[in-house]
Design a protein around this ligand. Structure first.
Ligand SMILES: Cc1cc2nc3c(=O)[nH]c(=O)nc-3n(C[C@H](O)[C@H](O)[C@H](O)COP(=O)(O)OP(=O)(O)OC[C@H]3O[C@@H](n4cnc5c(N)ncnc54)[C@H](O)[C@@H]3O)c2cc1C
Length: 389
């Protein structure tokens, strides 16, 4: 069970009446990417999360290495994985990718990102809902520490889309579910391993992500009604590993609106997790940066909120096609007869096809988008110990 470092009870002072120019709800991949773009601006930026920054890992933490390099986060890497293997009931295929995955340490990555967020302030608070908008357009956000208001509000709170009404609620919502265990590992291996077997999970896949001293072994189901504990335990046993240190969550598999009622949504709250692969870290960075740039233009005086909302929604909508293709593949692949799937996987094994297919995949949210590190001067940067500023 996660133990919260958050101070509780009387130690938690009220935040009632707090105002900020930008309020970022959620301090994981998407929220921190938004805050990073605002570093060096004059704006008062407040970031909220129910946990301390980096306290609660939300995934298997595998990301394309070029993204970690572009964001200056390579110090968090635990193991680089230049290969992928795919196992079906009919056999296995192993590909060398044109780029590599890296598994990383979640806490360290968040720490490094936060170091790039300039003068942003952080508070722990549970975000409950959005209140009434004031006449001047300021948005009230209701938290367990009181109501906080800001003209620019971002929901980077993950799959539930807390600042929307109604929220996304499984099992009816277009969500996948995943569960993994984290047994000890000896640092061996050079591949991110995938299993596509109906006997394991009817519509979904299993994975093993080597991460230095631990392996992240799990199963994801595109069907939110199918429980994945049993297949996760079975996969760990098959790999001769203990099913320990469970971690699970829902993740979206359909792109959602990027804005609603004056609020910006980035990461899982906007359905920015790729269907089929369930990869949502890189896209949370990508859309978080795009959102942060729109907000930066507003606080720097070059734009206003209405224009930023339109521009960000347009950016979001421009990605409908690749998300739709990935969703179609998510529906098709589990329906393929296993033999055909095995044949397709070995056909793709041609290096030129691997390079093209995985090159296309990376290009849908390319690391070049990161560009230069925003203007957070080195003397502004500080570690997590200074989180409460
Ligand atoms: C088991 C599993 C393994 C995965 N593995 C990978 C992987 O290896 N690679 C990959 O790319 N993707 C992976 N994903 C998907 C990935 O985890 C998500 O797409 C990604 O975390 C989205 O980032 P985010 O910042 O939008 O949301 P999140 O990472 O979910 O962060 C949301 C933040 O909001 C906070 N929060 C939520 N509700 C509240 C509230 N009410 N009040 C205050 N704070 C709140 C949370 O504490 C959290 O810090 C995996 C998903 C699962 C379930």
């Amino acid at each position: 069970m996660t133990v919260r470092a958050t101070s509780r009870g009387a130690q938690r002072t009220s935040l009632e009446g707090t105002r900020a120019e930008v309020l970022i709800c959620g301090a994981s991949f998407a929220g921190l990417a938004v805050a990073r773009e605002l570093a060096g601006s004059e704006a008062s930026v407040l970031v909220l999360d129910r946990y301390e920054i980096g306290e609660r890992q939300t995934s298997a933490c595998a990301c394309p290495t070029p993204w970690l390099e572009a964001l200056g986060l390579t110090d968090s890497i635990k193991q680089e994985l230049p290969y992928m293997s795919f196992t079906t009931p009919g056999g296995s295929a192993r590909y060398r990718l044109p780029w590599s995955w890296s598994s990383f340490d979640y806490r360290r990555l968040c720490e490094l990102l936060w170091d790039q967020c300039g003068q942003a302030r952080f508070e722990t608070a549970k975000v409950e809902s959005v209140g009434e908008q004031q006449a001047d357009g300021t948005i009230n956000v209701i938290t367990d520490r009181g109501t906080i208001s800001a003209p620019l509000v971002v929901d980077a709170l993950g799959w539930r889309r807390v600042l929307s009404s109604p929220h996304y609620q499984p099992p009816q919502a277009p969500l996948s579910r995943g569960l993994e265990v984290h047994p000890e590992h000896d640092g061996s291996g050079d591949a991110l391993d995938i299993w596509i077997e109906r006997s394991m999970v009817r519509r979904g896949y299993g994975w093993r992500v080597p991460a230095g001293d631990e392996a992240r072994i799990g199963v994801g189901s595109y069907d939110p009604t199918q429980h994945v504990k049993e297949p996760t335990v079975a996969l760990a046993e098959r790999l001769d590993r203990d099913a320990v240190a469970y971690q699970g969550n829902w993740f979206p598999h359909r792109l959602r609106d990027g804005t609603e009622d004056g609020i910006f949504f980035a990461g899982d709250s906007a359905g920015h997790c790729f269907p089929l692969s369930g990869e949502g870290i890189r896209t949370a960075f990508y859309f978080g940066i795009a959102c942060g740039r729109e907000l930066r233009a507003v606080v720097d005086g070059g734009s206003d909120r209405a224009a930023a909302l339109v521009s960000y929604e347009r950016f979001n909508a421009a990605h409908k096609r690749p998300f739709a293709i990935a969703l179609a593949l998510q529906r098709l692949i589990p329906a393929l007869p296993p033999r055909l799937l095995t044949a397709v996987l070995s056909l793709i094994g041609n290096q030129r096809i691997v390079d093209r297919a995985f090159g296309w995949y990376l290009d849908q949210a390319a690391p070049q988008f990161v560009g230069a590190v925003p203007a957070a001067s080195a003397d502004e940067s500080r570690g997590l110990t200074g989180a409460h500023r």
